[in-house]
Write a protein that binds this ligand. Structure first.
Ligand code: MOS
Length: 681
C-alpha cells in the first residue's frame, strides 16, 4: 500500500484535479454523451401567454424523412404525477405561460427535427394574461405567506419621530440564470429502466423528482461534469420531462434534449423581479430605531416560489422596531427558481443602498454606521451567531482598499468608492452518505455529490485525503452518479459542508473498522453525522464588498475599475478554487449592477432580449481589478469541517457597493437595477 501521509492537504491551493480533462475536451458533458443513433428533440413552444391549445396538426411534420414522431398531449405517455404545473409536460391542452412546451419533434438529426417543427401547426384559444409586477402599493399584491415575516408593531411611530430617516424604493429586475453550459438531458428507456445523462446540481435530487413524476423506481442519473448552474440546475425542469417522455415513447433509443440559449429564458427558471420599499430611521447617535422592508415580488401561477428578499433585513442590523413583509403578484410567467443567493442578493441591494442613504442622513461614515448597528445576537431568531466577523471584513477591506477619499475627479472621470455588506446562511443538508473502499493501491471515495464548476472534484478529495491521513494522490474520488451513495445537491452553498462532513465521518469509521493498514477491498459506508449545534446558533458567512466606480461626466458611461471583497466564511479548503468562486460571484455582481435585465413585453408575455446579444452579462472588458480575500475564521459550531460555503456570498453586496460608489462619484442616487448611463446624465 501507499504510505499514510500527514493531514495537510486542506488549506493548500491544489490545482483543479479535473482541469486537464476539461481543457482537453475529455470531460464529457451531458449532451456529449455518445449514443448509437440517438433521436434529437426539437421543443415547440407556445406563442401565447395563457389559454389552451385548440388544435395541433402534425401529419406534415411526421411525413418528413428522418422524423421518428411528434409528441403532443394526444400521444405522449401519461405522467404518474401531474401536481406540479411546471412539470406536467404534454399532459393537457392548458397553456400557462408563453414558451411552454406544446409539442416535441423527434428526428435522427437536430436539423431535420427543426425543419419538421416548422411544419407543425398549432392553434390556440387565447386568454388574457398579465406578466407585469405592479408597484408596492397595488391591490394586485397578495401576502406571500413567508413564516419569517415580522412586525414588532411600532415601526411607523418610531420612523415618524426619529431624527434621521429614509423612505426609499429600490427595484431589481427579472434576471435569468445563464450558466456557460445550457441545460441538457440524454434519456434512454430500456428494459424498464430510465437512464438520464443530465446537467444537474444534484443527481439524487433529480432522481427523486423524476421517480415521483414518472412513477418509476431505479432511475439512474449521471452527471460527472457540469458547466455551471447558479441554481437553475438545482431541480429538474420541463425539458428533462420532455426527454423522459420521448425516451419512453421510443424504447431503446437515446433521446437528446439540448436547451438552446434562447430557451434558457423560458424553460429553466429565473430570478423574480422585486420592488422594495425601505423605511429606515436612526436616533441622534446613528443607532437604528426602525427598520421596515416591504417587498413585492413577481411570482408565477405555475410554481410556488417566493424570492425572499427580506432575509438580510432579519440578520444584518439591530433595530428595536422591525417589519419585514413579502407580498407577491401571481403572474402568467414561467416558473421562477433559485438564482445565485436567492433572496439575499436582491434583498441586500435594497437594504445596503438604504443603509448608505441613512448613514449620510446621520452624517456618518457608512462603515461607522454599520459598526454602530452591529447586533449582538441574530435579530431574527435571537440566537447567538456561531461566528460573525462582518466588522473585521469591513475593517480589513477599508484598510486594503483605501477607504479615505471617497470621490475624486480625473479628466472626464468622476470616481467614487462605495461599500456594502454581504451575508449568506451556512447551510448543511442532512442525509448524505459516503463509501470508502480500499483498492490495494488507493482509497476510492464514493458519494453522489456534484461539481458544477465549483471545485468539488478537488476540494472534496482534499478533505478525504486529510480525513484518511493519506496523500491527495491516494484518493480516487467518484461523484455525479446515482449509482454512488446518496448525496444532497449542490445548492444553498451547502455542498462542501454537507459532503465534507459525510466523507470525514466515513474516513473516521473506516479507520475504526479497518485500521491504518486495511486489506484489499476493505469498505465502509456511513452517513453525515448530526450537528449537535444545529438550531443552537445562527450560522452565516459574512463579507464586505468595496467598489470603485468611474462615471464619464459627458456620456454617463459607468465602469467598475476596482473591486475588493473580504469574506469570513469559515475554513477555506482550497484557496485557489475558493478565490475563483468568490471572484466569480463578485463578477456576477458586476453583471447584476450594470447589465442583467430580462425585459418582458407585456403584450406577448415573453422576454424580448432572450439571447446574449440582448441580455448582457459582464465580459472581460467590463471587469477591472477584482480581488477576493478572507479573514481567518475558525467556527467550531457550524459543522464538523468548519466550512461555511462560498458559492453565493460572493455575489451578495456587490451590486449595492457599486451603486453606492456611483453615488459617491456623481451625487446621483440610482435605486433601480441595472445602473445604466442614462441615469447619470
Ligand atoms: Mo444555489 S442558487 O442555491 O444553486
Amino acid at each position: 500500500m501507499t504510505g499514510v501521509g500527514s493531514a495537510d492537504s486542506v488549506g493548500t491551493a491544489v490545482r483543479r484535479l479535473d482541469g486537464p480533462l476539461k481543457v482537453t475536451g475529455n470531460a464529457r458533458y451531458a449532451a456529449e454523451q455518445p449514443e448509437t443513433e440517438p433521436l434529437y428533440a426539437h421543443l415547440i413552444q407556445s406563442t401565447v401567454a395563457r389559454g389552451r391549445v385548440s388544435s395541433i396538426e402534425t401529419a406534415e411534420a411526421e411525413a418528413v424523412e428522418g422524423v421518428a414522431g411528434v409528441l403532443t398531449r394526444h400521444n405522449a405517455p401519461a405522467l404518474a404525477s401531474t401536481e406540479d404545473p411546471e412539470m406536467r409536460v404534454l399532459q393537457s391542452d392548458e397553456v400557462a405561460y408563453r414558451g411552454q412546451i406544446v409539442a416535441v419533434v423527434l428526428a435522427g438529426s437536430a436539423h431535420v427535427a427543426t425543419q419538421a417543427a416548422n411544419l407543425v401547426r398549432v392553434e390556440y384559444a387565447e386568454s388574457e394574461h398579465d406578466v407585469e409586477l405592479p408597484d408596492g402599493d397595488s391591490s394586485r399584491l397578495v401576502d406571500a405567506g413567508i413564516d419569517s415575516d415580522v412586525d414588532t408593531g411600532g415601526v411607523d411611530e418610531a420612523w415618524e419621530s426619529a431624527q434621521a430617516r429614509v423612505d426609499v424604493t429600490c427595484t431589481t429586475p427579472l434576471e435569468h440564470n445563464n450558466p456557460m453550459e445550457p441545460h441538457a438531458t440524454v434519456a434512454t428507456w430500456a428494459d424498464g429502466q430510465l437512464t438520464l445523462h443530465d446537467s444537474t446540481q444534484g443527481v439524487h435530487a433529480t432522481r427523486s423528482a423524476v421517480e415521483a413524476l414518472f412513477g418509476l423506481e431505479h432511475v439512474r442519473v449521471i452527471s460527472p461534469y457540469v458547466g455551471g448552474g447558479f441554481g437553475s440546475k438545482g431541480l429538474p425542469h420541463a425539458p428533462l420531462v420532455a426527454a423522459g417522455l420521448a425516451a419512453m415513447a421510443f424504447p431503446g433509443r437515446a433521446v437528446k434534449v439540448t436547451v438552446t440559449r434562447q430557451q434558457m429564458f423560458t424553460l429553466v427558471g429565473h430570478r423574480p423581479a422585486t420592488v422594495q420599499r425601505l423605511r429606515l430611521a436612526a436616533d441622534h447617535s446613528g443607532r437604528l430605531v426602525s427598520l421596515s422592508h416591504d417587498i413585492a415580488v413577481s411570482a408565477s401561477r405555475v410554481k410556488d416560489y417566493v424570492e425572499q428578499a427580506g432575509a438580510p433585513s432579519g440578520t444584518m442590523y439591530a433595530s428595536p422596531q422591525r417589519r419585514i413583509r413579502h407580498r407577491m403578484a401571481e403572474l402568467d410567467l414561467p416558473a421562477p427558481t433559485w438564482m445565485r443567493a436567492p433572496g439575499e442578493c436582491p434583498g441586500m441591494f435594497g437594504l445596503e443602498v438604504a443603509v448608505d442613504e441613512l448613514a449620510e442622513q446621520c452624517g456618518m461614515d457608512p462603515i461607522d454606521f454599520r459598526i454602530r448597528n452591529e447586533p449582538e445576537t441574530d435579530p431574527s431568531s435571537g440566537l447567538p451567531f456561531s461566528s460573525r466577523n462582518l466588522l473585521r471584513c469591513l475593517q480589513v477591506g477599508a484598510e486594503r482598499f483605501g477607504w479615505g477619499e471617497r470621490s475624486w475627479r480625473r479628466g472626464r472621470g468622476q470616481h467614487g468608492i462605495g461599500v456594502a455588506s454581504a451575508a449568506f446562511p451556512a447551510f448543511q443538508i442532512p442525509g448524505s452518505r459516503a463509501r470508502i473502499v480500499f483498492t490495494g493501491e488507493r482509497y476510492r471515495v464514493e458519494i453522489g455529490a456534484a461539481d458544477i464548476g465549483t471545485g468539488t472534484w478537488t476540494a472534496l478529495a482534499q478533505i478525504a485525503a486529510d480525513a484518511l491521513e493519506v496523500p491527495l494522490d491516494d484518493v480516487d474520488l467518484r461523484i455525479g452518479d446515482t449509482a454512488l451513495p446518496k448525496a444532497s445537491l449542490a445548492g444553498g452553498s451547502s455542498g462542501l459542508a454537507s459532503w465534507g462532513g459525510t466523507v470525514t465521518e466515513a474516513a473516521r469509521e473506516f479507520r475504526d473498522e479497518h485500521g491504518k493498514d486495511p486489506v484489499d477491498g476493505a469498505e465502509t459506508t456511513s452517513k453525515m453525522p448530526r450537528n449537535p449545534d444545529a438550531g443552537q446558533y445562527s450560522m452565516h458567512a459574512f463579507g464586505a464588498q468595496f467598489a470603485e466606480v468611474r462615471v464619464d461626466a459627458d456620456t454617463g458611461e459607468i465602469r467598475v475599475p476596482r473591486m475588493l471583497g473580504v469574506f469570513a466564511a469559515g475554513r477555506i479548503v482550497n484557496p485557489r478554487t475558493a478565490r475563483s468562486q468568490l471572484v466569480g460571484g463578485m463578477i456576477m455582481g458586476v453583471s447584476m449592477a450594470l447589465h442583467e435585465h430580462s425585459a418582458l413585453d407585456p403584450r406577448f408575455g415573453h422576454v424580448v432580449n432572450h439571447d446574449f446579444a440582448g441580455y448582457h452579462i459582464a465580459s472581460n472588458a467590463d471587469v477591472g481589478d477584482v480581488e477576493a480575500t478572507w479573514v481567518d475564521e475558525h467556527d467550531p459550531h457550524v459543522n464538523s469541517v468548519g466550512v461555511k460555503g462560498i458559492g453565493e456570498v460572493g455575489i451578495v453586496g456587490a451590486a449595492p457597493a457599486i451603486a453606492n460608489a456611483a453615488y459617491a462619484a456623481t451625487g446621483v442616487r440610482v435605486r433601480d437595477l441595472p445602473l445604466t448611463l442614462d441615469s447619470f446624465l
